[in-house]
Design a protein around this ligand. Structure first.
Ligand SMILES: [Zn+2]
Length: 305
């Protein structure tokens, strides 16, 4: 019997959104740092990044995993779509990948321009062909884990109770909810996350696992805002995940919790005029179709009595 061929990836990143290497702001020398702040352990923070600016997340004191949410700042119904981003790029993302928005928008909200665990800055990581240099990747751990995870989602108080833990008010879901409240958003707006600095994978049974964060002090992960975005990051109460569990009665997990940013999450801003020209919002006209309205009558409403 002939050997079966491995199916190819079902998706490839669409070229219409341009070459990430065109983002001139990815050159560190072209930047003017403007603002920075610290996210305390076990807390969250939200902040705005205007289109055309770079935002850098750092781990000033060593390993700590974070749960990141991103919205279109001008329309929070448009937000990061972890599942489609997984398909277009990979289960774990790094330099050159984009974080895509949900339907009916489906466009890059941000482009990842730097990742110290994934080889560094965009122009060092991507080769002449636009692909990542083989030596400039995080790779996989002995268990198959990779870093910067789109497989899982945020920890939350509901699943904590479901799994036998006790009431706790500082899970990432709660931290993110508090963080976005000043922007008029609620827990219903909090969505599936990008777990930054977090190593995860699926085992032989397809079960989700997590490993200790490999981030050292001053590790960074940064992205270029393709549109005005609202970001929120939670410093996970799981800390560096070396002592992770559904309950923390002994306090071992809490002892591994660290802040983000050393001066925090730093937002490096410079004038839009110096950017690489990818900052214009690019609505996909072709995505506007009549699927919902034209066929709504056919579907009707039903109730099983
Ligand atoms: Zn968490």
């Amino acid at each position: 019997m002939a050997a079966a061929n491995r199916p190819p990836p079902a998706y490839t990143a669409p070229p219409k959104f341009g070459d990430p290497r065109d983002i001139t702001a990815a050159e560190p020398s072209a930047r003017t740092p403007k603002e920075s702040f610290t996210i305390r352990p076990c807390s969250g923070q939200a902040w705005l990044v205007p289109a055309g600016h770079i935002c850098r997340l750092t781990t000033p004191k060593g390993p700590q995993v974070g749960d990141l949410n991103i919205w279109n700042a001008n329309n929070p119904r448009e937000r990061m779509w972890a599942a489609r981003t997984r398909q277009i790029h990979a289960s774990h993302v790094s330099v050159g990948d984009r974080l895509w928005s949900n339907l009916p928008y489906l466009r890059p909200l941000v482009t990842i321009t730097g990742d110290s665990l994934g080889g560094g800055q965009l122009h060092d990581v991507l080769g002449e062909d636009g692909k990542r240099k083989p030596e400039a990747v995080f790779g996989t751990t002995q268990f198959g884990g990779r870093v910067h995870d789109l497989l899982g989602t945020r920890c939350d108080p509901y699943v904590n109770l479901l799994m036998g833990g006790e009431t706790f008010d500082f899970h990432c879901h709660s931290n993110l909810t508090r963080a976005v409240a000043p922007y008029g958003l609620t827990e219903l707006d909090v969505h599936d996350v990008l777990n930054v600095f977090q190593v995860t994978g699926l085992d032989e049974q397809g079960k989700y696992f997590m490993e200790t964060s490999p981030a050292k002090a001053e590790e960074y992960f940064e992205f270029f805002a393709e549109v005005d975005v609202l970001c929120a990051l939670s410093a996970c109460p799981g800390g560096d995940l070396s002592n992770w569990g559904w309950d923390d009665k002994a306090g071992g997990m809490g002892a591994t919790c660290r802040p983000f940013g050393s001066g925090g999450v730093s937002v490096g801003r410079e004038s839009l005029g110096r950017m690489g020209g990818t900052s214009e919002p690019r609505i996909q006209g072709a995505a506007r179709n009549e699927h919902a309205t034209a066929r709504a009558g056919r579907a009707g409403r039903h109730m099983i009595m």
